[in-house]
Design a protein around this ligand. Structure first.
Ligand SMILES: Cc1cc2nc3c(=O)[nH]c(=O)nc-3n(C[C@H](O)[C@H](O)[C@H](O)COP(=O)(O)OP(=O)(O)OC[C@H]3O[C@@H](n4cnc5c(N)ncnc54)[C@H](O)[C@@H]3O)c2cc1C
Length: 471
């Protein structure tokens, strides 16, 4: 039962009675450390009444029971890389910082990795690389296992094994009731499927058990091209994304980047190959385009994923998905340029990251996850628009402009018969309708599962952050 409302400061007092639970209050070093760990300034600007820092599943169960019994609002934080304010932090309520649950272990033949939900992907790769194993997780090591997996997860290895969530064989999860259960292929199978894309709508996941896959060195690095060579780059990207037989070791992101200060566009690609091959045929066309710089090299995953952290400034995401066409990519540049070039907002960088979502990837988990993607969609490209800026007084204008550009791109894609329904949760803006984009059947399925495991709607009402089922 949702309990009688107590002010969050009083609930923090109650949490203080949980044995061995670390609890951080405003102005303390550990409170500030959690706030400093958020990727975006927008998230770090929120100030919970206290931050619970559990180190065991039982802690999480006790925290949830206490919070729920007093009707207090709360947020669940993994590695804090979702940029939208309120997704993993909260004003006045309680933030549960899961990063203390970061233990990693493997079974005897290392075919399964059990990962504490608060771990970062760098933790995972650093542990698994010496075993020549990996999990199909995030590309930037600082990103959290929790948020990325529950929203889907696109990895260098996704064409081989599907979304990250498709490689989960068991979720240990704390329900609204405070019970700790396992959801897997034989137990709570409905919840098992719902969590694969269902985000924070069902419980607090405390551990993920992932199938591992073998790994050696990979081809990593980046290539920068002059914007005047974009036609060749777009053709190469479209040919990779639309290959009759997608090479499953291929994982490429091409970004078109605009600086509002220099009013100039640049083009950067990260053409990764998940095998120790310095010159894979799949990249021949791209590598033949004259480059400004080229840092491609063979490397280990954990070394490559250990990227330099960005400063805590304003970040915003928007996403859309469309069919593969070099002409559409050129249209996107034109739409973005028409909108952004003469805009007088200084110091903003806009990145349009384009990455293939081939049918071979989505068909791996189709029907077994809740994302609603299927091979029938055809090969697609997922676009992640990131805006980066320091001066918060421009935030509203930047958000509105980003939404306009995305709307223009979606209209162009529809006009070309290349529109797609899917809006990827992990790249989406808080204003986008992610759950709707999974399709009516998946939405209804998620609502039924939520009703079964969380009949009081705790994760809808008391956890306001993230994409809610009713959004
Ligand atoms: C630099 C960067 C690189 C990225 N690279 C990739 C990439 O390669 N592939 C990709 O698919 N995405 C990528 N993303 C997007 C990323 O997947 C999302 O931002 C994701 O939400 C981050 O997860 P987190 O745990 O760090 O975030 P958080 O902000 O801590 O959490 C995000 C959401 O997940 C919920 N959540 C977190 N942990 C739990 C839990 N244990 N139980 C229940 N709910 C939980 C939170 O409540 C919140 O709503 C990247 C993002 C950034 C900023």
């Amino acid at each position: 039962m949702l309990g009688r409302m107590l002010p969050s400061t009083s609930v923090c007092g109650q949490l203080n009675t949980i044995a061995n639970l670390a609890l951080a209050f405003p102005n303390s070093a550990s409170y500030n450390a959690t706030e400093k760990a958020y990727w975006s300034l927008q998230e770090a600007s929120l100030t919970p009444s206290c931050i619970a820092q559990p180190s065991t599943s039982q802690h999480v169960a006790d925290i949830v029971s206490t919070i729920v019994s007093h009707g207090c609002t709360f947020a669940i934080k993994g590695q804090g890389h979702a940029p939208s304010a309120g997704f993993a932090n909260i004003n006045d309520g309680v933030t549960i910082d899961m990063t203390g649950l970061h233990t990693i272990s493997v079974n005897e033949d290392a075919s399964v990795a059990s990962v504490g939900a608060g771990a970062s992907w760098l933790d995972v790769y650093t542990f698994l690389d010496p075993l020549n194993k990996t999990v199909a997780g995030g590309r930037n090591g600082a990103v959290g296992v929790g948020g990325l997996t529950l929203g889907g997860g696109i990895s260098y290895f996704s064409p081989q094994v599907g979304f990250t969530c498709d490689t989960v064989i068991n979720f240990e999860v704390v329900l609204a009731s405070g019970h700790v259960i396992d959801a897997n292929g034989t137990s709570h199978t409905d919840l098992f499927r719902a969590l694969k894309g269902g985000m924070n709508n069902f419980g607090v996941v405390t551990r993920f058990d992932f199938s591992t896959l073998p790994i050696g060195e990979i081809l990593g690095g980046g290539i920068a091209n002059d914007i005047s060579d974009r036609h060749a780059v777009f053709e190469a990207l479209a040919n990779i994304a639309n290959a009759p037989e997608y090479d499953v070791y291929t994982s490429i992101v091409t970004s078109i980047v605009f600086s509002s200060s220099s009013k100039s566009w640049t083009l950067a690609s990260a053409p990764i190959y998940a095998k120790p091959n310095p010159n894979p045929p799949v990249y021949r066309e791209l590598f033949a385009v004259p480059s400004i710089s080229n840092t491609m090299h063979l490397t280990s995953l954990h070394a490559f994923a250990n990227e330099t952290a960005t400063p805590q400034i304003n970040f915003l995401f928007y996403t859309t998905t469309f069919g593969v066409s070099a002409d559409l990519l050129e249209r996107i540049l034109q739409i973005a340029n028409a909108s952004l070039h003469d805009l007088e907002i200084p110091g903003v960088t806009w990145l349009f990251a384009l990455e293939p979502l081939p049918t071979v990837l989505v068909q791996r988990g189709a029907g077994d996850n809740s994302l609603g993607t299927s091979a029938q969609d055809g090969n697609s490209i997922v676009l992640l628009l990131t805006a980066v800026w320091t001066d918060s007084s421009y935030s509203e204008g930047i958000d509105a402009k980003s939404a306009d550009v995305i709307a223009g791109i979606e209209e162009a894609a529809r006009d070309m018969g290349l529109g797609r329904r899917f809006r990827y949760a992990n790249y989406a803006n808080a204003k986008q309708r992610v759950v709707d984009s999974y399709g009516v059947e998946n939405r209804m399925f998620l609502e039924e599962v939520a009703q079964k495991y969380d009949p009081e709607g705790v994760f809808q009402k008391l956890v306001p952050g993230g994409f809610k089922l009713g959004d």
